[in-house]
Design a protein around this ligand. Structure first.
Ligand code: GLU
Length: 264
């Protein structure tokens, strides 16, 4: 059976959106995209799927609220901005999901939680209980208490951990790139071709990532591939697709060819 058609049956899904998916370059929230994300996720949930949202954006939104000229470079500045921004982010999600009567929950994780068996089990049980209650967990790193060297390198990695922790069937990473390209970053090389499917994330595939990085977010294609590999190695399919219109998720789950599929 076509690997794309198998996506129709995916039940437990992690959707990761980065800062660039949620905010304008000036750090203000892109309401249209967030609003669309809320109805798409609610609709998936209503259709019987268990969805989790891994959302960045706390630092950028906090920096904007604090009227900082740019994203702080120092750890304590990032932590302070995140402490301000995370609350705003959740308030915004709450407002949008409320329109569809969808209950959401905030889960803030640190890497050490997932490396400790007891704490990991507790976190896992919380996710499962929320699924039973019909709630959509919204996950971010607990930036204020996470030590940079020991934390997740970025939320791509966090999303792979969450997918593994919850035995997800699929991880969808939305970003400002349409997927993985052969020929490098399509913004640099217009002749680059989008790869439809990758059956093994090996050195040759990782080499295709190059140095692409976004200005507001922290991740690039290389970190996405390393995170995708972690998920794939744990039996979870991964899709990387464009963040332009969140309803692309419906098309992907319908078996249409969008983005790049990394087959587990
Ligand atoms: N946890 C950070 C935030 O919410 C984001 C880390 C990342 O961009 O991957 O701002």
């Amino acid at each position: 059976m076509d690997n794309r058609l198998k996506l129709k049956d995916k039940k437990r899904i992690v959707i990761k959106v980065g800062t660039t998916s949620l905010t304008y370059p000036n750090g203000r929230i892109d309401l249209k995209r967030v609003s669309n994300l809320a109805w798409v996720l609610t609709d998936l949930r209503s259709g019987g799927r268990e969805v989790m949202l891994v959302s960045s954006g706390a630092i950028a939104v906090g920096a904007e609220r604090l009227k900082l000229a740019e994203r702080p470079a120092e750890v304590k500045g990032k932590q302070a901005a995140s402490a301000v921004g995370q609350a705003i982010l959740m308030q915004m999600y709450e407002n949008f999901f409320m329109q569809y009567n969808q209950v959401i929950a905030q889960i803030l994780l640190t890497k050490d939680v997932l490396e400790d068996e007891t704490r990991k089990l507790n976190a896992r049980n919380t996710f499962f209980t929320l699924f039973e209650m019909g709630v959509i967990p919204v996950v971010n790193e607990n930036d204020t208490v996470s030590v940079e060297e020991l934390g997740f390198s970025e939320n791509d990695e966090l999303s792979a951990y969450v997918a593994c922790l919850t035995d997800a069937d699929l991880l969808i990473i939305l970003s400002d790139k349409d997927g993985l390209y052969a020929g490098g970053d399509p913004d640099v090389n217009p002749n680059s071709v989008l790869i439809d499917e990758v059956s093994e994330i090996n050195g040759d595939i990782i080499a295709l990532a190059g140095e692409t990085k976004s200005k507001l977010g922290t991740g690039g294609m290389a970190t996405k591939l390393v995170s995708a590999k972690m998920a794939v190695d744990n039996g979870i399919d991964v899709i990387m697709a464009s963040n332009r219109d969140p309803s692309i998720i419906f098309k992907i789950l319908d078996g249409e060819k969008h983005g790049t599929l990394f087959v587990s």
